[in-house]
Design a protein around this ligand. Structure first.
Ligand code: MSP
Length: 502
């Protein structure tokens, strides 16, 4: 089955930060998991380059918008391999192919009768590039997201008849209770639609950095419409030799942060309906990462967690693991360097890394480096047999945090097993040779099956470990706990998560 998953496209007016890394890593984990399962995955990320935010930032730096966009898009793009992201394409909304396709789709929306000319007056946030409706505005006419002053703007605009989609959107929500996930965000979006929709501005007149409106080239499209369409346009040109629209549209999952819920759960499906295109299957809305003090991260509060510092000290896999482990996906959560260190030391270094080192060292010491081809422990098997199906079920609900919890229960189970069986004692007793064979075979097998399932989270470390266990295959079926040890030769393994000097 095809599985098309996307991240938001990131504004190039800012430097990449933890929030961007978070969404991208979560999306990568889901994409890698589905690839393991043999699904036909396409994973898209990229940059959002048009509109005021970029034009303003460029002006402030004395640059042309394109120069700023080129430089910053490159920063986002080069971050992908650093985070070990497996995206299949990186879209830039300044790509000429994107621009052409945006014009094509929006021309159709126009021709279908959903566009008209009118005067827009309202409170506008230049950082959001969004007009705010009255009940969103903070006291003193401040933006609810950026807490900066809104400007009163009035201009002649092209409008999109969002209001005429109220009924169809409500129908969509009642037909598809998992259109927006998790549930509390479904309810939020649903309530927004129920409270009544106003038409929205589709174009801006006093801006040249954008996609020109084909029927009125004195306007460019309002950046959100240009941006949302990236999910569709990319499929048209990501591969020179094939049109991927047939194969992947509609998207299976859009993964987004809760700040952009309205655009993805209200405007976007309405726009697609207006263009006679299928709406995505799911929009998954995750929460916000907060500073360790539980407040919004901000440089002035000094509570920002720097992903590059985490990677420098603990490595990319540790960052990926930490973000998926510490904050339940779908909720807000506090993050900080102390918590990273605690998880790294207790869970990665002690529980998982140590288990791996000990298991391999014991196989080397007691069995000349060969995993005994002995029957595995039945009790342990009972715990492990259901693991693959459990993970599959929670990942189908896009819950990578719960999946990690299930995996960690098994890692702890294996550590208890080592203590219960005390292989170092069995090794002293020749009559216990079978038991020792069984213990080592079971440990190697448990570790292998867990590592296959952990692979989407920590690709580099699990590859090393699986290679050391002589079983590098990470296909999902391989996560099954086998009845017998493999008989494979193990290889020496450097500590996967070395202790860090304080
Ligand atoms: N360009 C728009 C999105 C257009 S999608 C068609 C945009 N870009 S952004 O650069 O501001 O990125 C916003 C996204 O970054 C959020 O939706 C979220 O995925 C991520 N995050 C930014 N800060 C975040 C946190 N503090 N915590 C978690 N994720 C956050 O909006």
């Amino acid at each position: 089955m095809s599985f098309y998953i996307t991240t938001p496209i990131y504004y190039v007016n800012a430097q990449p930060h933890l929030g961007h890394a978070y969404t991208t890593i979560a999306t990568d984990v889901l994409a890698r998991h589905m690839r393991q399962r043999g699904e036909d995955v396409f994973f898209l990320t990229g940059t959002d380059e048009h509109g005021e935010p970029v034009a303003d930032a460029a002006r402030a730096q004395g640059l042309e918008p394109r120069e700023l966009a080129d430089g910053n898009a490159e920063r986002f793009k080069s971050l992908m391999p650093v985070l070990n992201i497996s995206n299949d394409f990186f879209i830039r909304t300044s790509d000429p192919q994107h621009v052409l396709r945006v014009q094509e789709v929006l021309q159709r929306v126009h021709d279908n009768g959903y566009v008209y000319k009118g005067i827009y007056e309202g409170w506008y946030c230049p950082r959001c590039a969004d007009f705010k409706v009255e009940n969103e505005i903070l006291e003193g006419n401040l933006c609810p997201i950026h807490e900066i002053g809104l400007t009163r703007e009035s201009e002649e605009n092209w409008f999109f008849k969002l209001s005429s989609f109220e009924g169809r959107l409500l129908e969509l929500y009642s037909d598809r209770p998992d259109f927006v996930m998790p549930r509390h965000h479904f309810n939020e979006a649903h309530a927004f639609i129920e409270s009544g929709l106003q038409d929205v501005s589709l174009s801006r007149a006093h801006l040249s950095w954008g996609v020109p409106v084909p029927w009125d080239p004195t306007h460019v499209f309002y950046v959100w419409f240009d941006a949302l369409l990236n999910y569709y346009t990319a499929l048209g040109y990501a591969r020179a030799d094939q049109d991927l629209v047939e194969r992947y549209w509609p998207a299976t999952y859009h993964i987004i942060g809760k700040d952009i819920l309205k655009f993805h759960t209200v405007y976007w499906p309405a726009l697609l309906m207006a263009a006679e295109l299928h709406v995505p299957e799911h929009v998954f809305v995750h929460g916000f990462l907060l500073g360790a003090d539980g407040r919004k991260m901000s440089k002035s509060l000094g509570n920002v967690l720097d992903p590059f510092e985490v990677m420098d000290q603990y490595g990319t896999d540790a960052l990926r693991f930490y973000l998926m482990r510490d904050v339940p996906f779908g909720s807000d959560g506090a993050v900080g360097m102390d918590a990273v260190r605690a998880r790294y030391e207790s869970e990665l270094a002690n529980e998982y890394g140590n288990l791996a080192s000990r298991t391999i060292a014991m196989i080397q010491r007691y069995r000349d480096g060969v995993i005994p081809a002995a029957a595995t422990d039945e009790l342990l098997a009972r715990d492990f047999d259901v693991l693959g199906a459990e993970i599959r079920a929670v990942m189908d609900r896009a819950d990578p945090t719960r999946a990690l919890e299930l995996l960690w229960q098994r890692i702890r189970r294996l550590n208890r097993y080592v203590e219960e069986r005390a292989p170092w004692q069995l090794a002293r007793d020749l009559e216990a040779a079978d038991q020792l064979d069984q213990t080592l075979a079971s440990l190697a097998e448990g570790l292998r099956s867990i590592s296959v399932l952990l692979h989407p989270y920590m690709p580099a470390s699990t590859d090393k470990l699986l290679d050391a266990l002589g079983a590098p295959d990470t296909e999902y079926g391989r996560s099954l706990f086998a009845e017998r040890g493999s008989g494979a030769a193990v290889k020496a393994l450097e500590p996967l998560f070395p202790k860090r000097a304080e």
